[in-house]
Structures are given as C-alpha cells and as structure tokens.
Write a protein that binds this ligand. Structure first.
Ligand code: ZN
Length: 446
C-alpha cells in the first residue's frame, strides 16, 4: 500500500513518521486541521459503564469529537471553560446498545428505507449491528456511510456466508442476496466443498468487506476446520450456527469458532448423531434432552476455556414458539433459556442478538426484548444483560477496542435514560437521547 501524503507517494510504513513532521515541500497540499474538537461534559449521571461494574452515582463523562475523553466522579477534575455542560441529574448513562444478530438485506426496499430503519435503530439506542447473511454490495455502502456519519446509523459489521453446495440448491433465501451473480459464487454468499480453493474464498470474503465468515449449513468437519484456520490466518473472525450439519457444536468449539449462534442448536450435541439435513435445525429433541446433560455442559466448558461467545438469541425462539409452533421442536424456548443460564453460570460469554432487529412500526428495537429475556429467563442481572448487549456484543463484532464500554478513548456512543435500568431492565427503553460518535440524537427529533 502506498500513500500520497505530502503529495509524494511513500511506502505506508513511512506514513506515520512523515505525518508527525511538517511537510516541508507540501507545495500547497492540504494539512489536517489542528483545531481541537469541541468538548461536551455530561455531569451528575448515574453510570452503568458496560464493564460489569454496578451503577456509579455522580459521574462526569467528557466527550471530545467522536470519542470519550475521560470519565470521573463529579468535580474530581476540571471541566474545560469552553465545554458545553449538560446536567444529567436524575438520569442514567449506559454504553450504546448493540444487536449482535440482525438481517438487514431485504429489510428495506431502497436507500431511503434503509436510512429510515437505521435512524430508528439509533433513536432506539442501538449504535452497532452485526448482519449475519446479507448482500455485501448493500452492506458495504451503508457501513461506509455509517462510519463517516453521513447517515444516522448504527455501525455495521457483516459476514460472508459459507455453506455446502446442497444448501444453495435447497434454500430459496440465497437468491435475493445474490442478485445478478451466479448463486453460490458470490464472495459474500459462497458454496464451499472439499474442492474449493479455501485461501482464495477467504480472501474474497475479506475483499467484500466482511468482518467474519458465517458458517451456516451442510459443511463437514474437515471443511469447517480448514475454513476456520484460514479465516483466522487472514485476520477474519468466524461466526457459525451452533450446529452446522453435520458438524456439531463440540467440533466447532474445538476448531476455535469465535461465536456460536442460537443456544437451542446446541441440543444436537446430545443427539445420537447430527443429521445431514440443516432444515431440522430447530427441531431437536428438547423434551428429552436435559439442559445439563454432560455433553452439553462439556461444550459450554470448551467454549469458556477458549473465550468463545454464545449468541443466545432467546427472543426469536420465544416468538417462534408463540406464533409458529410447528416450525420448531416443542420446548425450544425454555430449553434454550435453561442452557443459556447454565452457560452464563459457567462463565461463558453471552451476547444479545435478536435475529430480527424489528422495524419502525415497533415501539423499540427488539434488542431491548432480548435483554429482558436474558433477565427473565436466563438468570442475568440487569447489569449483566446490559453487558451482553454492549461489552460482549462488541467482542462478538470485533469492536471491543473501540466500542462497548463507557471508557476514555472509546467512541462516544452512549444512551441516556430517564429511569433506572439496574432495577428494571425494561427501563433501557426510557431513552432521553443517544450519543453516536459524539453526536446527540434525540428520539423523534431531527
Ligand atoms: Zn440469523
């Protein structure tokens, strides 16, 4: 890579050094502005910072430009004279919320529809989303606009889906995300088998802007292992369904898959054998498989030992059981919640993902309901559920260095609440305002 800073092409390695000194021969080239971004001081807040710590009363958060400059007890440090001060007495601040499992492509018909949907997400407190099987041509454009704050939108991370060739023959959903491309040959929606040149397929996924591979279905264990190793070698994460048919949960966990989606699909670990057919994925034997069966607990402990994350998605199976019971095995929601509870007790990281983010017709994005399900059915405290939707979700997306907690140096992504979420998780819906990349967004405002 070469850079044209100072009007002269220089190797990228020299860029930092060059940028640190004045450009003596700049010849009129633009230099970055040296004026400091404005500081806003949010004072007297009760802070739940996403680290897992309990509520901290009387905190000041200084925001400078897009970042959090510092966090300290009220009055402990001076506030710059030039700062704008916003008194948050009687209010709570939590990190910006993240939905670790959404499906965007097809959710809106056109660019205006996506912009409306994304603004609604931010007004609902959501500052980052992980798309799990979309069209990268749409997603990369939206992700760029979001990153540059050209639109009010959550930050967007997305996957490149890989599955066995038979999946692409069976599943009608792939057509809409592969428009104008041979089905199964798109870098973001790729059929893979033993004959695939895996390093090239992974490189093309990376070129499509994906953060990770999503391993979905019909992949044998040796292919899962090969894809996972190569993705990690090229700096991509690996996200997978908890069973990939016929590859099972313990094989995925042992391979180092970073995030396993849908707790309910762990049920296949205790089945006599994993079927070749992914279409039965939600139809496990939940009635006769104990959540604490030794094989289930062994997978959880394997995930814990490797720092792998469980993307539980409780809410989607609650809705499935309520509205389309024939689509899933009896008892799926209760079983998934029970195993998520055990995972949490045993120290497995659990994120908050919805598999369906909701739409502007809803009162709030569904991730608020997912947090409530973690509390109501899986033994999380409200503070832990907030952690699942912030710090852990940031880890799921590979964003933990810059997102997920209210800490100095991180992006200024905050939600200000008018009621205490530590006493009732449903109070995450009492949104006064949202800060996204240091810009204030007020629900219903412009
Ligand atoms: Zn999904």
């Amino acid at each position: 890579m070469r850079s044209a800073y100072c009007g002269t092409a220089v190797p990228a390695a020299a860029f930092a050094l060059l940028a640190a000194v004045a450009c003596p021969n700049a010849g009129g080239a633009q230099r970055p502005s040296r004026s400091r971004p404005h500081v806003t001081a949010l004072t007297h807040a009760t802070l739940i910072d996403g680290t897992g710590a309990g509520p901290q009363v009387g905190r000041t958060v200084l925001v400078q430009g897009k970042r959090i400059l510092s966090v300290f007890p009220d009055g402990a440090r001076p506030i710059p004279d030039s700062a704008t001060v916003e008194d948050l007495s009687g209010k709570w601040v939590i990190p910006g919320i993240m939905d670790a499992h959404v499906h965007m492509t097809g959710a809106a018909p056109d660019a205006a529809g996506y912009e409306k949907l994304m603004r609604w997400m931010v007004e609902g407190g959501v500052v980052a989303i992980r798309d799990m099987a979309g069209d990268s041509r749409v997603l990369s454009s939206l992700a760029r606009s979001a990153m540059l704050d050209e639109i009010v939108s959550p930050d967007i991370r997305y996957s490149a889906l890989m599955a066995g060739p038979t999946f692409f023959a069976e599943d009608a959903r792939v057509a809409s995300t592969s428009e104008a491309v041979l089905v199964g040959a798109a870098p973001w929606m790729r059929a893979v088998d033993e004959t695939t040149a895996i390093p090239l397929a992974v490189a093309e996924a990376k070129g499509a802007g994906a953060t990770a591979l999503k391993l979905y279905a019909n992949l044998p264990a040796d292919v899962v292992a090969g894809l996972t190793a190569e993705a990690h070698r090229q700096g991509l994460l690996v996200w997978a369904h908890a069973t990939v048919f016929p590859t099972g949960p313990s094989e995925e966990a042992a391979d180092g898959v970073d995030v396993l989606s849908h707790t309910a699909y762990l049920v296949w670990e205790a089945a006599p054998r994993v079927p070749q057919d992914y279409t039965v994925r939600a139809k496990g034997d939940f009635e006769h498989t104990r959540p604490d069966a030794p094989r289930i607990l062994a997978v959880l402990d394997s995930m814990k030992a490797r720092g792998e994350i469980l993307d539980a998605t409780l809410r989607v199976f609650e809705d499935e059981e309520a509205h389309t019971p024939d689509a899933a095995g009896k008892g799926i929601a209760e079983w998934g919640a029970a195993v998520t509870r055990l995972a949490h007790e045993r120290g497995v990281l659990v994120d908050a993902g919805t598999d369906n983010m909701g739409s502007p017709e809803d009162t709030v994005p569904n991730v608020h309901r997912e947090m409530a399900s973690l509390v109501d059915h899986a033994g999380f405290t409200p503070v832990e559920a907030i952690g699942a939707a912030t710090r852990v979700a940031a880890m799921t997306m590979g964003l933990e260095a810059t997102h997920g907690t209210v800490s100095a140096g991180k992006m200024a992504d905050l939600v200000v609440l008018s009621a205490d979420p530590a006493t009732d998780i449903r109070n995450t819906r009492a949104i006064v305002e949202v800060w996204k990349h240091g810009q204030r967004v007020v629900p219903g405002g412009k």
